[in-house]
Ligand binder design. Structure first.
Ligand SMILES: Cc1cc2nc3c(=O)[nH]c(=O)nc-3n(C[C@H](O)[C@H](O)[C@H](O)COP(=O)(O)O)c2cc1C
Ligand code: SF4
Length: 414
């Protein structure tokens, strides 16, 4: 049995959503108060020493990102909270929005203070419609209580937040496509540079962070980086929210310390494989993540060890797949997702996804050959190296990992 960890999940559901006083009683806005007292350098140093890395997938160090954003000179800057959460099997941001929304807003206010931003947006996915009203209500309560708007808490800081509903495209989670869609164009990624930290929404310097990143930053600044780094490993510090799903007895959102093994996650937290089946593989980080075979169940859940096996933390999704599932069907359904979600801007992704799906379907009807397997492997690597954005680069990850761990099974498709 592993110890329960709740570094920043601690307040989940412990106060009513319209009860800002309840949030304050649990330590709410203490991080903002400390930040106002200690100043920007302290905020950035705490975040740097906490080792917090962005929770949206790319794992960029948050302290470094805020530091870079603070150095850009502009009288107007924007902050965007990326609540698009379009990665299949990922639902941890939804929990934060539902059960701990004030911590997200507090994190955004502190980010605004740090980088000198005056306008913020929460870009929330259209499918979370049932949370829009509640989130708007929390924003309004924060404004009424002086935490948003003009001259926040008499500090001279002007910062307000607007809710923006996405239109339901996976690629719009990528920060430049997200900005394109906010400006009224179709969601397609921008050529970089210029990077959005210099020229983002409406050509203004823009900081984009994931929901969990803002919430974790609040908890770290409230409780101190030292408290956070009691958990985790030397390279992957602290804790992380995961969304555990698939063929497990107890799916859900859990907070885990980095360094926990996949076995502990699946068997201790998740209660084991459902229907007494055996584990076949685990997909980490959503549909854009790698498949790890059951033999790797004792691998540690942390950035460095997963990288050795071609996997990554990604969005924090952990999809458990039992031995009643067909690898081919799984890869076809992943392929259909990427073929559907590809924005069409570049050839490697647009054509690559189409061809991969066609070849996978050939195996389904008994027409695939060993040459087709080699072609799929080549196409996967071309897509990974030549696609314009992260969608095309990671679309073939599940296939690439299948070639690494399930080649023999794939050859039996012929
Ligand atoms: C295809 C694609 C989809 C993405 N979807 C999301 C998403 O839903 N939420 C998110 O926070 N980041 C998503 N990202 C990552 C963002 O581009 C960006 O790195 C992130 O929001 C930065 O925040 P962080 O530093 O806090 O992780 C996506 C990236 C790609 C390439
Ligand atoms: S990789 Fe795919 S999603 Fe990204 S720009 Fe190219 S076609 Fe669009």
């Amino acid at each position: 049995m592993i110890d329960k960890v709740d570094f920043f999940k601690i307040n989940f559901g412990k106060y009513e959503i319209n009860d800002i006083e309840g949030y304050k009683k649990l330590g709410g806005f203490q991080a903002l108060e400390k930040s106002l007292n200690n100043g920007n350098e302290w905020i950035i140093n705490e975040l740097k020493s906490s080792g917090l890395r962005g929770r949206g997938g790319a794992a960029y160090p948050t302290g470094k990102k805020w530091c870079q954003a603070s150095k850009v000179i502009s009288s107007e800057k924007i902050i965007i909270c990326n609540a698009d959460e379009g990665e299949p099997a990922t639902f941890k941001d939804r929990y934060l929005i539902q059960y701990e929304p004030y911590s997200i807003i507090e994190g955004m206010i502190i980010a605004a203070l740090t980088i000198g931003a005056n306008k913020g947006y929460i870009y929330i996915r259209e499918e979370y419609k049932y949370l829009h009203k509640q989130t708007q209500c929390v924003i309004d309560i924060c404004r009424t209580n002086g935490y948003l708007g003009h001259n926040i808490l008499n500090t001279g800081l002007d910062f307000d937040i607007e809710l923006f509903s996405g239109a339901g495209a996976y690629v719009c989670g990528e920060n430049s496509s997200l900005i394109e869609s906010m400006e009224g164009r179709s969601g397609q990624p921008r050529l970089k540079p210029p990077y959005i930290k210099q020229s983002g929404l409406f050509n203004l310097p823009t900081l984009v962070n994931n929901v969990e990143t803002f919430s974790a930053a609040t908890s770290i600044l409230r409780r101190g980086a030292k408290d956070f780094t009691k958990y985790g490993t030397s390279h992957s510090k602290g804790t992380k929210l995961i969304s555990l799903c698939g063929n497990v007895n107890k799916p859900g959102v859990y907070e885990v310390p980095f360094g926990i093994t996949l076995r502990e996650i699946i068997y201790s937290l998740g209660g084991g494989i459902s229907n007494n089946r055996n584990l076949k593989f685990i997909q980490l980080g959503g549909s854009s993540g790698a498949l790890l075979p059951s033999a790797l169940i004792d691998v540690k859940y942390c950035y460095s060890e997963l990288a050795e096996y071609g996997a990554s933390i990604g969005s924090g999704a952990i999809l458990v797949v039992d031995d009643s599932n067909s690898l081919l069907d799984f890869l076809i359904s992943t392929g259909e997702f990427f073929w559907h979600e590809c924005c069409g801007k570049c050839v490697p992704c647009r054509e690559g996804n189409r061809q991969l799906l066609k070849l996978l379907n050939n195996f389904k009807v008994g027409k695939g050959t060993l040459v087709d397997l080699d072609t799929m492997e080549t196409f996967s690597h071309v897509m990974k190296n030549a696609s314009f954005c992260g969608l095309g680069k990671t679309a073939p990850t599940s296939l690439i990992s299948s070639f690494r761990y399930f080649r023999e099974e794939m050859e039996n498709w012929v």
